[in-house]
Design a protein around this ligand. Structure first.
Ligand SMILES: *[C@@H]1O[C@H](CO)[C@@H](O)[C@H](O)[C@H]1NC(C)=O
Ligand SMILES: *[C@@H]1O[C@H](CO)[C@@H](O)[C@H](O)[C@H]1NC(C)=O
Ligand SMILES: *[C@@H]1O[C@H](CO)[C@@H](O)[C@H](O)[C@H]1NC(C)=O
Length: 165
C-alpha cells in the first residue's frame, strides 16, 4: 500500500517536471548560447517580448519592432533576439560571451497571451573541452536540452522510487 502510493507520487512529479517546461541550457564561459523560447500558437504581427533574469533584471525588451535598449548593465550589448523568427513564435534569445554570473533563471514573457517560458542556464568554467560527447556537434550549447529535461525527470523518478524501497 505504502509502496503503491510512492509510485504514484513519483509518476506525478515526473509528469509535472515535463509539463512546467523549465528548459535547461548549459554553456561554457566565453561561449555564445541560445536560450530557447518557443510559443506554439501563432503570435500577433507586432510582438512585444520581455526577457528577464530572476524576474527583475531586464535582459532584453522588444516592442514596436525594435530593441527598447533598457537591459541591465550585466547584459549590455550581449543579447539579441531573432526578429525574423518571431512570426513562427520563436522568441529565443542569443546571449554572447557567457559569464559565470549569467548562471540562473531566465524568463521569456509574451504579454499578449500571458505566455511565460523559463530557462535555467548552467555555466561551466573555462573553455569548452576539446573532446565532447557529440562527435560532430558544432559547438551548439543549446542542443539536446529536450533530452536533458527528460533525463532530469527520469532521474527524479528513479531517486523517489529508491527512497520508497
Ligand atoms: C529559433 O531560432 C533560433 C535562431 O535562429 C534557432 O537557432 C532555433 O533553432 C530556432 N528554434 C526553433 C524551434 O525553430
Ligand atoms: C559544422 O560546421 C561546418 C562549417 O560551419 C559544416 O560544414 C558542417 O556541415 C557542420 N557539421 C555539422 C554536423 O553540423
Ligand atoms: C535526444 O538525443 C538524440 C541523440 O543525441 C537525438 O537523436 C534525439 O532526437 C534527441 N531526442 C529529443 C527528444 O531531443
Amino acid at each position: 500500500m505504502q509502496f503503491h502510493r510512492c509510485w504514484l507520487m513519483a509518476l506525478l512529479i515526473a509528469l509535472v517536471n515535463r509539463v512546467t517546461g523549465l528548459e535547461n541550457v548549459e554553456a561554457y564561459e566565453g561561449e555564445n548560447v541560445i536560450l530557447p523560447c518557443i510559443y506554439s500558437k501563432r503570435p500577433l504581427k507586432d510582438v512585444t517580448i520581455f526577457w528577464r533574469f530572476y524576474d527583475d533584471k531586464n535582459v532584453y525588451s522588444f516592442s514596436g519592432g525594435k530593441d527598447l535598449e533598457d537591459e541591465d548593465s550585466q547584459f549590455k550589448k550581449r543579447t539579441r533576439l531573432f526578429p525574423s523568427e518571431h512570426e513562427n513564435g520563436n522568441f529565443s534569445l542569443l546571449l554572447t560571451n557567457v559569464k559565470a554570473s549569467d548562471k540562473g533563471e531566465y524568463s521569456c514573457f509574451y504579454p499578449d497571451d500571458n505566455f511565460v517560458q523559463k530557462v535555467e542556464l548552467k555555466v561551466n568554467g573555462g573553455p569548452h573541452p576539446v573532446t565532447t560527447m557529440l562527435p560532430q556537434g558544432n559547438n551548439t550549447a543549446a542542443m539536446g536540452y529536450e533530452n536533458f529535461t527528460l533525463l532530469v525527470a527520469i532521474f527524479n523518478f528513479i531517486s523517489i522510487i529508491l527512497k520508497c524501497l
